[in-house]
Write a new protein. Sequence first.
Length: 431
Amino acid sequence: MLVSAFVMLGRVATTAGDELLASALKQLDAAAKALGLDRGMHRFLSMPERTLIVSLPVHRDDGSLEVFTGYRVQHSTGRGPGKGGIRFHPDVTLEEVQGLAMLMTWKCAVTDLPLGGAKGGVAFDPRTFSEKEIQRLTKRYTAAILPIIGPEKDIPAPDVNTDARHMAWIVDTVTMMTGQHSPEVVTGKPVELGGSRGRTEATGRGVAFVTLELLRRMGHGAEGTRVAVQGFGNVGSIAALALAEAGCRIVAISDVTGGYAIPSGIDVREAMEHVKRDPKRTLEGLKGATRISNAELLASDVDVLIPAALEGQINADNAHEVRARMIVEGANGPITAEADRKLTERDITVVPDILANAGGVVVSYFEWVQSRAQFYWELDEVERRLEIYMRRAMDLVLSKSKAYDCTPREAAFIVAVERVASAIEKRGIFP
Ligand code: GLU
């Protein structure tokens, strides 16, 4: 009998990050069992290849010195250099970054990118910092992780609370420290600094693509399909916009200030404009909307629910309240393992994060290719290729789910774990 890898590591889940790591390990256990994976390989894939913890002293604008903790975790480089974003959030922990790094390995494998999985993070709340303070912290963090990153080693990208601005600061830091212009060290850069066209929108567009594809396969049209989206950041807002443009009715959205419902349908473009105009960049005061709680949003009477905020949002306490027939995971790990089991029992179809939100890393891969070649593609080229990668991954996952008579999540893990294990086996364990 295989012991759950989380238990094997001797840990008990207490925070959302612990829970995310525990869920990722449980999913690995299930895939390992289905594949009859070698016990040693299973253990190797349960742990990150490398973990770096750094201490970051930074001067605040008032001259005081504060010290922050940063992480960079490379879960697997079996199929290629590590790949994954950098998150700035007060809840960042080592366990969370380890879990997210592992999900990146599977995400890159399920979409067949020649990349491994990694993740980084710094534990602090960027909302209470000035732009200059965040810039100093980003540059110090970059200098601290520089020994283990690079275009052939590990390529960071944006994640929660980071975007193209931060990537530009990283390019500058690496360029200053190495004396070589280094745009290929990260993806998700501004287009004028070697970023790919379509990268910012890629995750949200990928989420919309898999949603529409699933609706089509279930014999639903998009027209009139009711959708609720939790989180109105880069992923949630773009996914909502693309789905509204395809004919869906977005009936509820939310952000840090809570939920906003308009049963006849939210004008998503107007909501995006509202956020841009708002001094705090929130949905507060959205015209025509009824205020609802986060719990009410997750329990909305809709066809599709898209959790696109943080992990652990749908858990053992609220899974029974979900009324949607389909959930598309815009965020990483928004459903805990226990909630996932409850949703499966209720026949709710879940498109897992490692497939649903893979559009971002797919276009990151395109950006890495373009930056290394110093040859940039037009937007239609990026979009055409993104669709090819997403469709291929979705076809494979859904056909595996039929073949193994399992959920799309289990199938996605089976595809990914098989690919990573096979690459490691073919390389032969060093030495
Ligand atoms: N942070 C994104 C993710 O979780 C993108 C990572 C990347 O582009 O490397 O998939």
